[in-house]
Every structure is written in structure tokens, then in C-alpha cells.
Design a protein around this ligand. Structure first.
Ligand code: FES
Length: 907
């Protein structure tokens, strides 16, 4: 325990609890369980059920709402207290129908009744209030509601959605969606918080997971979520080799007992009949089933032939931000050791490669500077180009919680994303103008002396150059470039500049631009100017990672220019350290990036491409050109769960295991290594990528060593000293450990740069890139700007979330457009529209919304069938080749309703 304590005596036992803790916490610290039907540690106390009565210094009190006073003497076990608590529970139970206490009922209430010897006959309610089973994941049985309000508080205080309320009066009080209609049409985002806290089963997950909660679960497998990069710890309950329920871990270091609709519920894809369970080989133009021996043999033969024909650099691999660290380590080792090329990349190229380049240049390391826990200590959050409420819901909820507790909030995003509704200032820059916006904020910080001069003098470089550049970015000029009113810009800069401990969080709205790396660097400037990085005067700069292991895939060296731990392949000392471990020379020349791989394939220079767990035909920009590259490349190998668009264009398809079936580790967005454990066995016929890579290496005559994922991580630590302190055993003991972690006996560094920055001179580097316009601008032919992104119920290409209840929650691929634009282009709400860019065409359903700014349209990336990535351009960050997904000039035209299916999708 850290911080001040309060010491009390509970039934003769002396216990210490944190200052301000309740008597209920003290009683529990003494190892005594009390009924507490309206209480949940994650929530503010309500004190409404009176089931937790104790006597404190002679007075009977509800333990959950009574603070533990120093020296208090607490009694829990006297006959009168037992009787009072039992009476309170009996009163509650008497209003419920008998099914509330059926034998084997797993609810908290049923367990409390069993402990108090209250039988089913005590439940004498008539029932008849009915239920609501409109939602795929959350069912309501009104008869079982005891109006404890836990679900309402969970939705408001933890999730920040405020979708639920209590309605009715007296004994008729019950929970209901705040919108009044069916649950499925409410504001519920299916985080599962209400299901998890409900003590009676009134709100429950349908199916075999019914009644399971994180507080009272049967034995489960602890793993790390394989959806976004938040890194939620999950407990997976299984029966007969199938997942029964996925519960948020109360002690999860990031999620703290919370989850979202994806991690919590979207596991139906595991048993989808569309799951690939046999390798496929292309014969006579068709993909046909084959044995693993045949498939691995063909892969080995094909790769050998490609090397023989074009040399090692005629082979390339796209590793996977969905795969484990150990798999990524093995893939890059395979390419460098077995094939002899640095042609390996991963999808961070398409999302956060500008973060890696920008943060490394500014601070020295490729990763967020602080831990997300610092959000709880921050008094001002600057959230830029991110929609965490939808894309990283658990982070979004924690941010919102902090704001509701008083932190200032500046949101910079062209769209009115969820957090913007709670912002003190919402800046809505035109897409592609970030660098000017950040320079405008920096201009105000300098002009109003909101900078940390001592920090700049002692720990930073580049102020003179930046100050000279910022002369050209006064608020009025920035307003002209960005469309952000100068008064808003000044207000935002003052909020950030005057905060005691500000923090910056950002997403792909900063990186996926023609000048994405400049964006990252000019955003990092703000933290440096303010002395808010590497000090206790702020919480730095944190990129919100999109995929579960996009940080780890890069950390492991699945990149063409760096080895594990980010040592450059061009550095002889870095190569020789790897060569000492691997026993072979490491190629010196940096390899191809993903766009370069496709270009080389189209040019006939790439003879084999291995795509691991990425649907590049769906997710990469200018998708028509990607497809052409795959069709041109003589050998395309694809590891996949389903027959994705990329798999359809492959010559060899290898059925892979998913994250719930694997052993290894992921690294989340704030650099924490966490264990991934197989909760269920992979379906017969599938293999983990780890085993596939080993098998191919073996077939090519090379033993890669590190036979297990644990051995692979240990070996990685010998190649990259920053990971040397990390092992599976340590993670099993400690849960989460951040890197850098060079020493097994010391904690990893959650907060970076407290002594010095990791740059060559130990200083933070201010950058002075001028604002340059994006690759595309609206014109008469293409008058609107398209921004792509994510929606709350789906994930990436949707291959997992479209196979289950999430599709019911969000079945339609919408194009959001402003009412004014809808009027201007004669588009009605709900009608199909054609969207055209200079690169391709897509068809979506129009949704008129003021969330999108005038002159802009927005669509998600989750429905590849709509062809969204046929619209996006070839423009890419000039430093890292990260595509400019966030700025594409388009035009829209309405279409007649006929030709659509019942869900509005085009036939
Ligand atoms: Fe204390 Fe309900 S748990 S009053």
C-alpha cells in the first residue's frame, strides 16, 4: 500500500486501509465477507440496499458509505447485525420471482442468499414485468431488477455512456435504457459493464456465459485482448474446448475491470463455419485443399526458386501486428537468416510508422513517453486525431472519467468525435493541416510565455530555429490554413500551456498524412516547449496504437531498416550483436517497405511475397494497385483465419490460429509486455504462425532455434538489450512489464527520459518543419475530402467482428456527410451513394450527420466489400511511406434505393 493509511479494528483484528477508504473495505481487509448488493469497488457507493450493516463505535451504519475513521472499532458478527442484514436481503428477495434463486444460479444475490440460508421460498414476487432481448449481447429480465443502480453507475462512471437510467417509483423501480425504447436501439455500446456488475442476473449475457462476472468467475485463462492496442487483460472462460465468456480482469493494469464490445463479446468468429481449417494450393487457377506437408513443401520450394531466380531480395514478407511478439521475432529472423534479406515490414507502416520516426527523432525511442496511468494524474488532456471512444473504448472511457473528474480537455479532430462533446475546446482543422495547427499552438505558447525556459535551456535543442519558424504561424494565419478560429486556437494553447501536468494523446489522424512524421514532431514540440516530457510537470506524448500488437511487431524488428530493439541494420555493431546470436551474417542493406514491395511486384522484381495475417487487398490504400501487385507476383503466400480478399489472390493459403488460441506476448500502446495464453486449442487443421514459420524454415534446411515462444522472447532479449529483462516467467509473475527493461531484477521504465533523453546528445529535439499542403485538395471535380477511420462495433477489415453479433449492432457501411453537403449534392439520408475519387469508386449508404464537418465525408474501413480503400490514394508520408488515408478528394452522387438488400448493403 502506498500513501497515507487509516488503522481500524474489525472484530478484534487490526487492519490498515488507504485513507478515505470505507468500512466495507476495512471489513474485507480483515477477511470478512458482507453482503453488499448495491456496491461495486469500481463505482461510487450508493448506500441504498442496507445489506452491509455493521456497528462502528456503537452506531449501526452501512459499511459501504461510511468512511473508516482512524481507530474505529467495527463489529460485524453480532446476532442483531446478522439479523438486520438478513432482514434487508429478505426484503429485497421477497419482491423477486422464485427463478431469482434457482439451484445453481450464479448470481451474487443467489450466493448471498445461500450464505444467509435464505431459501427459494423467500422469493415470492409475481413477476410479469417482461424483458428485453433485442440486443445480441445484453438481455434484460425486468423481474430480477432490484434497482440497486450498479448498472446505471457503471454505464455513467466507468463507461461514460449514460445509456441507462432507473425508471418507476417505489417497488416498481427498475433499470431501462435512457432512450426509452428497446435496448438495441439505445445508446448502449455493449461494453458489458452492466452485465458484469449486475448482482441478480437481471442484465445478463445470453447463452452459456449467462451469470458469469469478473467478480465470481470459475477458473479461466488470463490473456491479453487481441483487438486494439489498449492491451486489456481478459479472463476467458471455456467449456468443452469452446469459449463460454470473456470477462474483463479486475486487476487488468490498463482496463481495470472494464472491456469493450469487441474484447468482451466478439469471439463468435472462432467457431465460424467460414474458418479456414486446411491449407489451400492454387492449381489450374483454383485454390484447392492440400495437406500441411504439401503446403509447407510448396512454400519452401517456391521461396527457394524465387531466391534462385532473383536473389534473396526477390522475396519479401509482411509480418503481422495481429501476431505475437514471438511470431514477429521469428518472421524477421526467418527473412534475415534463412532468406537473407531485410525485406520484412509490418502494418505499422500503414498507421504509426510516423510515430516511430517522429518520436525517435524528438526523444530517442520509438514509443509513448509515459504510462497511460498518468492520465489519472493529468489536469489537461490534449487528444489529437483520435476517436478513442470508438476505436479504443476502454481508453476512451478512462479519458472521459478523468474529464468528468475535472481535467481540462482539448480535442483536435475534424469530426465531432465522442470526446469532443465533453471538450473545453474542440479544434476542427481541415484534414491535412495538422502541422500548421500545432505550430499555431506553439506560437501562442511562445508568445504568451507559457514555456518552460529552464527545461528548454537544460534539456532541449532547436528552440532558435523553431521560434524563427513560428513567427510565420500567428493564430490568424493558422486560422486561414486550418479553418480553426484564432480564438479557439488561443484558448486551447492557454489550456494546455497553463496546466500543471498536461498530457498529449494522439491517433492516426496525426500520422496517416503526407507529412505525418512532421505532424508527430510538431505535436511533440508542444510537450517539449512546456517541459511536459521526462519531468513531473507533465505526461508527455502517447500514441494510441490501432492494432493489438502494432507496437510489438515493430519492437521485434519486423521492419526493413531495423533489427529487434530498433538498432539500425546499417550499423555494424547492431548487426554483429544479432550475428553473434543467430550465427549467420545479417544483410546490411535496408529492405523494402510495404508500398515498395507492391511496387517491386508490379515491376516484376519481387518473385515471392509472404503475407501473414493482413488483408492487404482490403486495408492498404489504392487497393486496385495492391491487387495488381499480388496478381503479378509469381508466388503469394498468405496466413489467414478466413478466405480474405488477399487469400483469394494467393497461391498458397495457410490456415492460422487466432489470438485466443496462441501462446506468446503482446506489447500494448504504452509499451507494456503482457502474456497471451491459449484459452482454447486451435481448430483441427490450423497452426499458429510460430509453428508455420518454423516448419517452413525446417523445410528449407535451417533450424531457427528458439523452439517455444518463451525461448524466442528470451533470445530476442539477447539480440536487443532493451528487452533483456523480459521473460515469460517474469510476465507470468508480474502481469505487465514495460520496456525498456534491460535488467531482469529491475522494473521496466513506465515513464521515459526522467534523467536524459535517448537521443545521441541526451536532449529532446524541437523540430521546425514548415507546413506543407496534403497530397490532395478538393476541386471542382472532387469537391469533398474523405476521411476514413473506425466505428465502435467493428475492428480493422471486420474479418472477426463481421462474423458475430457485432454485425447486428452495426450492419451497414455508412458514408457520413454534413446536412449542407447532403442538400448540395442531392443525397438523402439512408440512400445508397456512389463515392468516387481519382483512384477508384465505392458504394455506401448515406448517413446525414453533423458529426462530419461541411466539405468532408467520413467512412469506416470495416466493410471491404464497399471498396473504401479503392478510393484512397498512393500519397504517403515522405519520411516513412505511411499512406495518406486521412485526405482523399472525392465526389458523391446519390443512387436509387433499388438494388439494396434489407440491411442497406449493395447487392
Ligand atoms: Fe452498502 Fe448496499 S452495499 S448499502
Amino acid at each position: 500500500m502506498t500513501g497515507p493509511e487509516t488503522v481500524v479494528e474489525v472484530d478484534g483484528t487490526v487492519v490498515a486501509v488507504p485513507e478515505g477508504a470505507s468500512l466495507l473495505a476495512a471489513v474485507r481487509a480483515a477477511g470478512i465477507e458482507l453482503p453488499s448488493l448495491c456496491s461495486d469497488d469500481r463505482l461510487s457507493p450508493a448506500g441504498s440496499c442496507r445489506t452491509c450493516l455493521v456497528r462502528a463505535d456503537g452506531r449501526v451504519a452501512a459499511a459501504c458509505v461510511t468512511p473508516a475513521a482512524p481507530g474505529a472499532r467495527v463489529e460485524t458478527a453480532t446476532d442483531d447485525l446478522r439479523r438486520l442484514r438478513r432482514d434487508a436481503v429478505e426484503v429485497i428477495v421477497s419482491a423477486l420471482p422464485s427463478r431469482a434463486l434457482t439451484t445453481g444460479n450464479r448470481s451474487e444475490l443467489a450466493r448471498v442468499c445461500r450464505s444467509l440460508d435464505i431459501g427459494q421460498e423467500a422469493a415470492r414476487g409475481a413477476g410479469g414485468r417482461g424483458g428485453d432481448d433485442s440486443h445480441p449481447y445484453v438481455h434484460l429480465d425486468r423481474d430480477l431488477c432490484i434497482a440497486c443502480g450498479r448498472c446505471v453507475r457503471m454505464c455513467a462512471e466507468v463507461q461514460g455512456t449514460f445509456a441507462l437510467t432507473l425508471v418507476g417509483r417505489g417497488a416498481d423501480t427498475q433499470v431501462a435504457p435512457g432512450t426509452g425504447g428497446p435496448w438495441a436501439e439505445s445508446d448502449c455500446v455493449a461494453c458489458g459493464g452492466c452485465v458484469d456488475t449486475c448482482p441478480t442476473g437481471a442484465i445478463a449475457e445470453p447463452g452459456p456465459g449467462r451469470g458469469l462476472t469478473s467478480a465470481h468467475r470459475p477458473s479461466a485463462t488470463r490473456t491479453t485482448c487481441g483487438y486494439c492496442g489498449v492491451g486489456c487483460a481478459l479472463d476467458v472462460v471455456t467449456r468443452d474446448g469452446e469459449v463460454t465468456a470473456v470477462l474483463p480482469a479486475r486487476d487488468g493494469p490498463v482496463n481495470q475491470g472494464h472491456a469493450c464490445v469487441k474484447g468482451r463479446f466478439a469471439h463468435g468468429y472462432l467457431t465460424s463455419p467460414e474458418r479456414l481449417t486446411r491449407p489451400l494450393l492454387r492449381r489450374d487457377g483454383r485454390l484447392e485443399p492440400a495437406s500441411w506437408d504439401q503446403a509447407i513443401g510448396e512454400v519452401a520450394r517456391g521461396l527457394r526458386a524465387a531466391v534462385a531466380a532473383g536473389g534473396p531480395d526477390a522475396v519479401a514478407a509482411i509480418s503481422s501486428a495481429r501476431a505475437t511478439n514471438e511470431e514477429n521475432y521469428l518472421v524477421q529472423k526467418f527473412m534475415r537468416v534463412v532468406v537473407g534479406t531485410n525485406n520484412v515490414d509490418n502494418c505499422s507502416r500503414l498507421c504509426h510508422s510516423p510515430s516511430a520516426a517522429g518520436l525517435t527523432a524528438s526523444f530517442g525511442l520509438s514509443g509513448g513517453t509515459d504510462t497511460f496511468d498518468d492520465v489519472e494524474r493529468s489536469d489537461c488532456l490534449l487528444v489529437v486525431g483520435a476517436n478513442p471512444v470508438e476505436a479504443h473504448p476502454v481508453v476512451g472511457a478512462r479519458l472521459l472519467r478523468r474529464v468528468l473528474h475535472g481535467a481540462g480537455l482539448v480535442v483536435a479532430d475534424p469530426r465531432a468525435v465522442g470526446l469532443a462533446l465533453h471538450a473545453d475546446v474542440h479544434l476542427r482543422p481541415r484534414p491535412g493541416t495538422n502541422v500548421a495547427l500545432f505550430h499555431g499552438l506553439a506560437h501562442v505558447l511562445l508568445a504568451e510565455d507559457l514555456i518552460d525556459e529552464e527545461f528548454l535551456r537544460e534539456r532541449a535543442t532547436g528552440l532558435t530555429e523553431l521560434a524563427a519558424l513560428l513567427d510565420d504561424y500567428p493564430p490568424d494565419r493558422v486560422a486561414d490554413i486550418t479553418g480553426v478560429p484564432a480564438t479557439d486556437l488561443v484558448a486551447a494553447a492557454r489550456l494546455y500551456g497553463r496546466a500543471r501536468r498536461p498530457a498529449i494523446l494522439y491517433g492516426l489522424g496525426v500520422t496517416e498524412h503526407l507529412h505525418g512524421t512532421d505532424g508527430v514532431r510538431s505535436l511533440a514540440n508542444l510537450a517539449i516547449l512546456r517541459g511536459a516530457v521526462g519531468t513531473d510537470r507533465g505526461h508527455g506524448v502517447m500514441p494510441l496504437r490501432g492494432q493489438n500488437n502494432v507496437q510489438g511487431a515493430s519492437d521485434m524488428g519486423a521492419l526493413p531498416d531495423v533489427l529487434p530493439g530498433y538498432g539500425r541494420v546499417t550499423d555494424p555493431a547492431v548487426r554483429s550483436r544479432a550475428e553473434a546470436v543467430w550465427g549467420v551474417p545479417v544483410p546490411e542493406r535496408p529492405g523494402l517497405r510495404i508500398p515498395g514491395m507492391f511496387a517491386a511486384a508490379r515491376a516484376g522484381e519481387l518473385r515471392a511475397l509472404w503475407v501473414i495475417g493482413e488483408d492487404v487487398c482490403a486495408t492498404d490504400p489504392d487497393a486496385n494497385q495492391v491487387t495488381r501487385a499480388l496478381d503479378t507476383c509469381p508466388l503469394v503466400i498468405c496466413d489467414e483465419l478466413f478466405l480474405s480478399e488477399t487469400a483469394r489472390h494467393a497461391d498458397i493459403v495457410l490456415p492460422a490460429a487466432s489470438w485466443l488460441e496462441k501462446d506468446g506476448t503482446f506489447v500494448n500502446f504504452d509499451r507494456r509486455f503482457q502474456r497471451v495464453r491459449p484459452a482454447v486449442p486451435p481448430p483441427g487443421g490450423t497452426r499458429a504462425d510460430f509453428a508455420i514459420v518454423h516448419a517452413v524454415a525446417s523445410a528449407m534446411g535451417t533450424a531457427l532455434g528458439c523452439a517455444t515462444p518463451a525461448e524466442a522472447l528470451a533470445e530476442c532479449g539477447r539480440v536487443a538489450p532493451v528487452f533483456a529483462g523480459l521473460t515469460h516467467g517474469r510476465l507470468d509473475r508480474e502481469g505487465a512489464v514495460p520496456w525498456p527493461c534491460p535488467d531482469p531484477g529491475r522494473p521496466g521504465e513506465a515513464k521515459l527520459y526522467e534523467e536524459r533523453f535517448a537521443t545521441a546528445d541526451g536532449r529532446a529535439h524541437l523540430a521546425a518543419p514548415p507546413y506543407l499542403p496534403p497530397g490532395e485538395q478538393p476541386d471542382d471535380d472532387y469537391p469533398l475530402l474523405l476521411v476514413t477511420g473506425r466505428r465502435w462495433a467493428h475492428y480493422n477489415s471486420g474479418s472477426m467482428t463481421r462474423r458475430g453479433g457485432n454485425l447486428t449492432l452495426d450492419p451497414v457501411d455508412f458514408l457520413d456527410l454534413h446536412p449542407g453537403d447532403a442538400l448540395r449534392y442531392a443525397v438523402d439520408d439512408g440512400v445508397p451513394v456512389t463515392v468516387e475519387s481519382r483512384h477508384g469508386r465505392a458504394r455506401l449508404i448515406a448517413r446525414i450527420s453533423e458529426q462530419t464537418a461541411p466539405g468532408q465525408v467520413f467512412c469506416a474501413i470495416h466493410f471491404p466489400g464497399s471498396g473504401v480503400n479503392r478510393l484512397t490514394s498512393h500519397h504517403a508520408d515522405t519520411v516513412t511511406s505511411c499512406p495518406e488515408y486521412k485526405v482523399t478528394a472525392v465526389r458523391v452522387s446519390g443512387q436509387p434505393r433499388r438494388g439494396t438488400t434489407a440491411t442497406g448493403q449493395w447487392e
